[in-house]
Design a protein around this ligand. Sequence first.
Ligand SMILES: N[C@@H](CCC(=O)N[C@@H](CS)C(=O)NCC(=O)O)C(=O)O
Length: 219
Amino acid sequence: MADAANVGRTLYGYFRSSAAYRVRIALNLKGLAYRQAPVSLVKAEQRSADFLALNPQGLVPALQDGEVLLTQSLAICEYLDEAYPDTVQLLPADPVLRARVRAVAQAIACDIHPVNNLRILNYLKNELAAPDDVRNAWYRHWVAEGFAALEQQLAASAGQHCFGDSITLADACLLPQVFNAQRFQVDMAAFPLLSRLAANLEALPAFADAHPSRQADAT
Ligand SMILES: N[C@@H](CCC(=O)N[C@@H](CS)C(=O)NCC(=O)O)C(=O)O
């Protein structure tokens, strides 16, 4: 991260947060330096007054970019594309391809991920008394359903990456979701294309450096 010393750019995140992981990938791909401010989800720091002042939703990530404070990982990634047009672009210029890339990114970020978020799993456990095996079944069900659709959808567009051989926002969303799925023992053998795409992405430095295990707050 070349200009790390001089930046007023701070990513509030958590090493295992797949939404923060997306933004780390985007920042790395673009070569934009940033410092990280860890917000521990296991210590519920996302609910602290300090963090709620940054994001009243109580969700990571949030990005402070100079005077600008932004939330929502996809909005942040699109902002980075637009504010730093001379960097690698995550969304293609062609409007149809752009819409298709957004569709995959949103399938992950808006459909698969939200139903499996920590607060949902905690609600199942604490309010609905769902035991671990029920919560795990819940998690795996929604991931498997979403991945099955993506496996089919991406068959038409994939090369080395989700859309041909260029990296897009879809790839920045896919790898973190696959990481999450593996953490919850989803059977990835059912998704050979997604597994291949994830393996290709993992090998790239911008993605490898964003991996949860490489973050300072990893425990
Ligand atoms: N749509 C949001 C989702 C953010 C989100 O759900 N973040 C999770 C971590 S991946 C979180 O902060 N969870 C805290 C909680 O559930 O209490 C985004 O893409 O930024």
